[in-house]
Design a binder for this molecule. Structure first.
Ligand SMILES: *[C@@H]1O[C@H](CO)[C@@H](O)[C@H](O)[C@H]1NC(C)=O
Ligand SMILES: *[C@@H]1O[C@H](CO)[C@@H](O)[C@H](O)[C@H]1NC(C)=O
Ligand SMILES: *[C@@H]1O[C@H](CO)[C@@H](O)[C@H](O)[C@H]1NC(C)=O
Ligand SMILES: *[C@@H]1O[C@H](CO)[C@@H](O)[C@H](O)[C@H]1NC(C)=O
Ligand SMILES: *[C@@H]1O[C@H](CO)[C@@H](O)[C@H](O)[C@H]1NC(C)=O
Ligand SMILES: *[C@@H]1O[C@H](CO)[C@@H](O)[C@H](O)[C@H]1NC(C)=O
Length: 286
């Protein structure tokens, strides 16, 4: 037992030493700069061996979204020096082609080993880049003062609890009040009340799969990539999905989601679907 503990500590220490925040922040700053220039080749720490995906499918980075110069209205990144991972949100409201892009990167001490980008645009789950930019601008994601920070375990557990709840009605989720969820561009707190909740009713039969994490203690944030079954009503396979949770005092404060539904505009739902009302609009509301 002691032996195992020692090894675990040694591994954690190594990962941490290999992945200083300066290195991770360099990579995310470079990612955003590269996207604005449309040059994947200017991305620091990109390697021949970097695995690159869009919507969880292998794509040649040379023809992917990074080959397009985009005017980025807003970007936010979180960094995990223990897992050596990062997550970046980029909002592009350019009316000629609006996007909201999420990129999760896995790194080792010197290079990016994997990049998973979700390129959401028209036809994706509740997509509205103008709405995303607007509601995001109402939120405060400042670094959490040092004395008020949650541990990485607490932050990660809050995000996990949310997903656990989709498969088990009895799972306890640390909902904060207020709490607001921004999905694609639709907001649960569009009336800007201070009493709002994200506890709007969730299904309890959906097993989200393959969780991949980025935990940022300073930002009180955890980004989780998952496969989300049932989100795309026209596709039985799990949909590519990102949830970014902001946790304050152990409770969920903000949730940002990006989900793609390739080939099925609106993820198989008609325009009449209105999410985010206090009413449980649909038992499959995500
Ligand atoms: C990304 O956001 C930061 C502010 O957080 C800003 O200073 C920077 O210019 C942005 N980068 C780009 C390329 O838009
Ligand atoms: C960021 O990384 C690049 C390439 O690895 C390096 O040239 C540059 O000095 C780094 N910048 C900082 C601020 O660490
Ligand atoms: C997108 O969001 C903006 C800002 O909230 C809103 O004015 C607009 O009506 C929304 N568009 C759609 C198609 O819902
Ligand atoms: C949830 O709790 C209720 C009441 O205690 C119990 O009947 C039910 O079996 C539980 N469901 C699950 C999925 O654990
Ligand atoms: C939302 O509410 C906060 C706090 O009540 C207030 O400071 C802010 O100005 C409001 N924003 C809008 C757009 O109404
Ligand atoms: C969407 O609306 C069309 C036309 O009313 C209908 O044929 C179709 O079945 C609807 N699709 C869903 C998923 O409800």
């Amino acid at each position: 037992m002691i032996f195992v503990t020692l090894i675990t500590c040694a591994l954690a220490a190594t990962a941490s030493a290999d992945c200083p925040l300066t290195f991770l922040k360099n990579a995310t700053t470079s990612l955003v700069a590269s996207q604005s220039k449309g040059t994947y080749s200017s991305l620091n720490a990109l390697a021949e061996t970097t695995v690159y995906t869009e919507q969880f499918q292998a794509v040649d980075i040379r023809v992917g979204i990074l080959s397009k110069a985009l005017k980025i209205d807003f970007n936010r990144s979180i960094h995990d020096p223990v897992l050596c991972t990062t997550f970046t949100e980029m909002i592009i409201t350019d009316p000629s082609h609006p996007y909201v892009i999420g990129t999760r990167m896995e790194l080792d001490g010197s290079k990016i080993t994997k990049m998973e980008t979700l390129v959401t645009d028209e036809g994706d789950w509740l997509f509205n880049a103008t709405g995303y930019a607007y509601y995001n601008s109402l939120e405060t994601w400042d670094p959490i003062p040092e004395s008020e920070r949650d541990t990485r375990e607490v932050i990660k557990a809050a995000g996990d609890a949310y997903f656990d709840r989709f498969a088990n009605a009895n799972a306890s989720v640390p909902w904060g009040t207020p709490c607001a969820r921004l999905e694609g561009g639709a907001y649960t707190d569009s009336r800007n009340t201070s009493t709002n909740t994200c506890d709007l009713g969730l299904p309890s039969t959906i097993h989200v799969t393959d969780r991949r994490y980025v935990v940022d203690v300073e930002m009180g944030a955890v980004g989780i990539y998952v496969g989300f079954p049932g989100l795309d009503r026209a596709d039985p396979n799990p949909s590519p999905d990102s949830h970014l949770f902001r946790v304050e005092e152990g409770k969920l404060r903000y949730i940002h989601t990006l989900s793609t539904c390739e080939g099925h505009p609106g993820c198989g739902l008609n325009e009449t679907f209105v999410p985010g009302t206090r009413r449980v609009a649909s038992p499959r509301l995500i």
